[in-house]
Structure formats: structure tokens, C-alpha cells
Design a protein around this ligand. Structure first.
Ligand code: HEC
Length: 144
């Protein structure tokens, strides 16, 4: 039993050295950031920015493997899929694609349920969902 505990401890220490480097802050040009009305911007900041922007707030435990692998992978993937910090670099076609996906995404899976377990403040209220949906639809309409 003691040997197993020791082995588990050694593995735990060992995996801390497996690199998974996703920086919390990525340098971003101000004119590439999404500009949304204040109320929408506040919702996005609170509920989406940790994964869909270059400004991520990692809690302390997200530096500990294996938790770090999941959190950082989510951020890496989130940014790759849609990054509000580089929004203005997208062409209209890409913006339109994302805007059309937002209403459906927030109905079902966004923010990710595993994230909401820890970040209760990020849960979208019905009013938040309505505000985001209206904003996304209006923006999409302007682009079409
Ligand atoms: C914990 C990280 C996390 C948070 C927080 C989060 N997302 Fe995501 N999001 C992801 C990941 C990872 C993907 C890609 C995989 C997938 O689609 O499940 C994604 C995909 C998406 C997509 C699809 C993009 C595409 O290329 O198809 C949309 C739209 C989206 N998210 C919207 C949002 C919105 C709006 C919020 C805030 C209300 C939000 N997400 C919050 C991690 C997150």
C-alpha cells in the first residue's frame, strides 16, 4: 500500500513536468478586438472570454496537472475556434459563420458545462441569452 502511494505521488510529481503551455494573456492589438455594445461586451467578458479571447483568467489550480491539461486544452481550442480578441482579422464570411452559430451554441453547450461547475458566475441567464442572440442576429443581418 505504501509503495502504491509513493508511486502515485511520483507519477503526480512527474506529470507536472509535461509541458502544456497556453499563455493567459496573448499580446493583442486594440483595433483587432471585438467592439460590442456595453451590455453584450460585459456578458461575453464574464462568460466567454476565458476561452474565446486572449485574456484568460486561469485559477491557481489550473496550473496543476492533470487539471491544467483540460483547462488549457479548452482555452487553446476555444481560441482556435473563435477568438473575440482577433475578431477584426476575420473576413465577413467568417464573422457571419460565428455569429450564426452563437445563438445555438449558447442554447446547448456554451459555456462548457465542465467550466460552469467551477465558474457559476459565467452561467447565462435567460436575459443574457436573449441579449446575445439579438446582438448576434443583428450583426449577422448587417453582414448578409
Ligand atoms: C471553458 C471554455 C469555453 C467557454 C467559457 C466558452 N466556450 Fe465556446 N467553445 C469552447 C471550445 C473548446 C469550443 C470548440 C469545441 C466545441 O465546439 O465544443 C467552442 C466552440 C464555440 C463555438 C463554435 C465555433 C465554431 O468554430 O464552430 C461557439 C459559437 C462558441 N463556442 C460560443 C461561445 C460563447 C458565446 C460563449 C460564452 C457565452 C462560450 N462559447 C464560452 C470553449 C469554451
Amino acid at each position: 500500500m505504501k509503495k502504491l502511494t509513493l508511486l502515485a505521488l511520483l507519477i503526480f510529481i512527474g506529470i507536472q513536468f509535461i509541458p502544456m503551455d497556453v499563455p493567459a494573456e496573448v499580446p493583442t492589438k486594440a483595433d483587432e478586438e471585438l467592439q460590442a455594445p456595453e451590455n453584450v461586451q460585459a456578458i461575453l467578458k464574464r462568460s466567454c472570454f476565458d476561452c474565446h479571447s486572449n485574456h484568460t483568467k486561469f485559477p491557481w489550480y489550473s496550473n496543476i496537472a492533470p487539471i491544467s491539461w483540460f483547462t488549457k486544452l479548452h482555452v487553446k481550442e476555444g481560441r482556435e475556434h473563435m477568438n473575440f480578441s482577433t475578431w477584426e482579422k476575420y473576413d465577413d464570411e467568417k464573422k457571419l459563420k460565428y455569429l450564426q452559430k452563437i445563438p445555438k451554441a449558447i442554447k446547448s453547450k456554451m459555456p462548457l458545462p465542465s467550466y460552469l461547475l467551477i465558474h457559476k458566475e459565467a452561467k447565462l441567464s435567460e436575459a443574457d441569452k436573449k441579449a446575445l442572440t439579438t446582438w448576434a442576429n443583428d450583426m449577422a443581418f448587417d453582414l448578409e
